[in-house]
Design a protein around this ligand. Structure first.
Ligand code: S3P
Length: 447
């Protein structure tokens, strides 16, 4: 399946209980970073469990264009021979990051402090997304950017010839922005500092340390302060990518709302900057057990056992939003099967994801008989209880993988089947979604 080819309609309908083991793919955020830090290191980086979704494959291609040797050896097994910090070559072609905001923003960051020029583009979704959040801070290092109106792709970045280190307060809770600044700071002399009010996913900090950079993290009055010592020599590492909690969310939520279900989802990252959905589902009454808790590849992981549960709506604390930002679409589906309403506030960042996710979920849920309320920063879903969702509608996915998968979960328990206009974007993050869900007993068809 390709997110760039013809649309493929998909339909999901009621099945029996979901049972078995759901081996979800590797973490998308960590996979991007493993390739990028491998490319910025000297020597060989060996990666296992790499997500082979379109987003990450586009980052692999980009790293080759900047001069790294990136090779696939088997499923999920890759090596990167890097060029070292400051060693990026100027790409001969436009860098196409496809659907990936993480890919383009992180790569813009890491070339911004090198004396090279690169032009970036992406698919119809990525070309609508704001890049000013990255071009503003990289300008402080001395990089220049020339893009379309509103800071949109395609965009050319002219990297700084003599980069200076930067202290930057991120104006929004965004790990992509934080990471772009830290990656730009790698090739600047002195210390680059990022201060974020709300802690966001910390994979860049963890992995930079693992590759040999000096990274300090402190809690200060303004929030969370990360200090990176510039111009380190990074050396190739072995990276075992844990399974993606954002992909695990789909079988986990499907099992919670499908009567009689009992599934295992092994080896899922439990990084506290990513686990907000699981905390929320437990507060709603979800039966999720965290078994065999351990550390793998510098990240905490656990095996999840998930059973069907009768759920109640809750108010999700806004301060939790950064730790579950990609999971609100599927949470709003789960909320439709709960009793009472689920209030999701402090979620305005959802409006600038692969699609405007508040709008996409609101319209799709309404089309399937669910009552919602929304404003710029809020989504409220009025739960209809287990078995109470009418379904029967088609949701527009707007090139957004998580919207497509969320509505497939809705259809698994609604009275009538639910369709999406285009399931191809699922391949960006979860290329085995249809087979994996079918293996658990779900009924998802094309057409
Ligand atoms: C990501 C950060 C988040 C998230 C995205 C992955 C990352 O985006 O939504 O899917 O890997 O850094 P923001 O940084 O824009 O919140």
């Amino acid at each position: 399946m390709s997110g760039h080819g013809d649309p493929i309609r998909m339909t999901s309908s009621k099945s029996g209980p979901l049972t078995g083991v759901a081996e979800v793919p590797g973490d998308k955020s960590i996979s991007h970073r493993a390739l990028i830090l491998g490319a910025l290191s000297i020597g060989e980086t060996k990666i296992t469990g790499l997500l082979e979704g379109e987003d990450v494959l586009d980052t692999a291609k980009a790293m080759r264009a900047f001069g790294a040797q990136v090779t696939q050896h088997g499923p999920g097994e890759w090596t990167v021979h890097g060029v070292g910090v400051g060693g990026f070559a100027e790409p001969e072609q436009v860098i196409d990051c496809g659907n990936s905001g993480t890919g383009v923003r992180l790569i813009m960051g890491c070339m911004a402090s090198s004396p090279i020029t690169a032009t970036f583009t992406g698919d119809g979704s990525l070309r609508k997304r704001p890049m000013g959040r990255v071009t503003d801070p990289i300008a402080l290092f001395g990089a220049q950017s020339y893009g379309r109106e509103g800071g949109r792709l395609p965009m050319t970045i002219v990297g700084a010839v003599d980069p200076v280190p930067v202290t930057y307060h991120t104006p929004m809770a965004s790990a992509q922005v934080k990471s772009a600044v830290l990656l730009a700071g790698l090739n600047a002399p002195g210390e680059t500092v990022v201060i974020e009010t709300t802690p966001t996913r910390d994979h860049t900090e963890r992995m930079l340390r693992g590759f040999g950079a000096d990274v300090r993290v402190e809690t200060v009055a303004e929030g969370h302060k990360i200090t990176l010592k510039g111009q380190p020599e990074l050396s190739g590492q072995v990276v075992a990518v844990p399974r993606d909690p954002s992909s695990a969310a789909f079988p986990v939520c499907a099992a919670l709302i499908t009567p009689g279900s009992d599934i295992m989802v092994p080896g899922v990252s439990q990084n506290p900057t990513r686990n907000g959905l699981f905390v929320t589902l437990q507060e709603m009454g979800g039966k999720i057990e965290f078994l065999n808790e351990r550390e793998e590849g510098g990240e905490p992981v656990a095996d999840l056992r998930v059973r069907y549960s009768e759920l109640v709506g809750i108010e999700v604390p806004p301060k939790r939003s950064a730790s579950m930002i990609d999971e609100y679409p599927v949470l709003s589906v789960v909320a439709a099967f709960a009793t009472g309403k689920t209030v999701m506030k402090g979620v305005h960042e959802l409006r600038v994801k692969e699609s405007d996710r508040i709008d996409a979920m609101a319209r799709g849920l309404e089309a399937n008989g669910v009552t919602i309320e929304e404003d710029e920063d809020t989504l409220i879903v009025h739960g209809m209880g287990a078995g109470g969702v009418p379904g029967g509608g088609t949701a527009a996915t707007h090139l957004d993988h998580r919207i497509a998968m969320s509505f497939m979960v809705l259809g698994m328990n609604s009275v009538a089947a639910v369709s999406v206009d285009d399931g191809t974007p699922i391949a960006t993050s979860f290329p085995i979604f249809e087979g994996l869900m079918a293996g658990l007993g779900a009924s998802i068809t094309r057409g």
